[in-house]
Ligand binder design. Sequence first.
Ligand SMILES: [Zn+2]
Length: 491
Amino acid sequence: MTTKTRKFYRCDVLPSPMNHGKHARVFALLQAWRRVAVLHGREQWRIFYQRGALDARLDSRTGYDQVGTSFGQMVRSQVVGVLDSFLSNRQNDFRDLVNRSSLDPSLKHQLHFINRWRAWQTLSVPLTMRDGVVIADEVRQLGRTIFRGVMKRHRRPALHRLNMVVDQRMVSVSLSHTASHFRMWARLSTLEKRQPVDLPLETYPYFTTRAGTRALTVQVNQRSDGSFGVGVLTDVTDAFAASRAAYQPRCEALALDLGLNTLFATDQGDLVGRQWRSKLEYYDQRITKLAQYLQKRGLKPNRHARFRKYVAAMRGWLKSEVGRCLNRLVALRAPAELVIERLDFRAPGLSRRLNRLLSNMGRGFIEAKLKDLEERFGITCKKVIAAYSSQADSACGYVDKNNRTEQAKFKCLWCGHRRHADVNAARNLVQRRSLGDAGTSRASRDALLGALVSQHVARYNRPRGRSADPRLSNPYFRSWTNSVRSIGAYT
Ligand SMILES: [Zn+2]
C-alpha cells in the first residue's frame, strides 16, 4: 500500500537582467509559446464543448512545427491547467448562483450534481444520480442555460499573454561558481536546436532563506516593462510539515468580515487594512482617468502599456495587502480555524471597471492566501453564509433592516446594543458555525432568515407592546406578528 503525500511548492520570481541578444532569443521563444498556446486553447475549447472535458493527453501535434515536441507538450499541459482552473471558478459561480436562487431543493440538488460532474454541455449522455434517478432533459437544459450565463460574464483566459512554464526537459537551474554578482543561472533551451541561453538570476534574502528543495520547473515571466523574471519553484513539503507541527492555536475560530473601509474586521474587534478604501479610490481615479483618455482617442485601454502597468500595480498592492493583513491576524490571534463569508468584493462608490477588476482578482488572492495558511500552519477555513450579517445583532440575534443606520455604526433596535458594524458582522459569522445547515455557505437566504427569526422569538416569546417591540412592524417577523395577533397575545 502506498500513501500519497501531498506536495507543496512555492514560486519566487527572480529578476534576470540580460543583454540584448539573449533578450531577443527569449522573447522569440515567448512569442512562439503564446502563438501555440492560443492554438491549443482553441483545440481544448472545441473538445470541451464536444465531449464535456478538457484533454491534457490529447494525441495531436499542434504547434510541434513551431516550437518542437517538448515545448509543444509543455504548452499543452500549461494551457489545460489554466483552462481547468478557469472552469473550476465557473463551477463555483454556478454553485453560488443555484444556492442563491429560489428553486426548490430537489431541483437544486440535481443542478449541483450536474455542476459537480461538469456535465453542463453533454446533454446526450445520460446522467444518473447516486439514488438511481436519471436527471431529466429539462433540468439538463436548465443546467446548460445557467452555465452559459455564467460563462458569458467572464472573459476566457488570455492565452496570448501567457508566461512560460518550462520543465526540466528544457531548463536547468544551477549555482554559479565564477561570477561574483549573480549566484544562480538558468540554462534555457531556445527555438534554435542545441543553442540554449544562460540567464543570470538575481537572488534576494527571502528566496535564499526559504527552506525547502528547489524544484526542476521554472516560470519565465515577462513584466510590463518588457524585462524578464524567472520564477523558481521550491518544494516546501518538509518545511511546511515542520511549521504545521510547531503551530499552536490560541483560539478556536476567528471570523473575518470583508469590509469597505477596512479590509478585514474580526469578531475579536481587530480592524486591519485601514488604508484599504483610500488606496482603492486612488487606483480607481488613476485607472478610470487613463481609460477615459484612451477611449476618447479610440484606443483600447488593455492594449496600452501604461494602463496595464497601473492595473499591474494595483494587482501587486492588493495581493501583498491581503497577505500582510492575514499574516498579521494569524500572528495576533493564532486561530485553529478561520470563518469567512462568500468572498465577493463589491465596493459601492467605485467605478464599474474597478469593481470588475476587484472581483476578478480579490477573491483569487484571498483564496490563495487561505490555502497558503492551511498548508503552512494547518489553519482550516470554514465558509458560512454572509446574508443578513450586517442586519443581525450579534448580542441578542435580532435582525432588522434598520439596525444599521450608518456605514460604520450598528445599533440594535431590540436591545440597544451598539458596536462597530463590521465587527458585529464578523461576530455573526462566527455564530453561524453553530447554526447547522442554515448557516453554511450553501444555505439559502430564506432558510437563514427563518432560522434567525425563530431563534429570536423562541428566546423572547412575549411581545412588548406596539411602541417597544420593533418586531411588530418588522416585515421579517410578519408571520410571528400574525400568529400572536391571532391568539390575542397582542391587539
Ligand atoms: Zn440586540
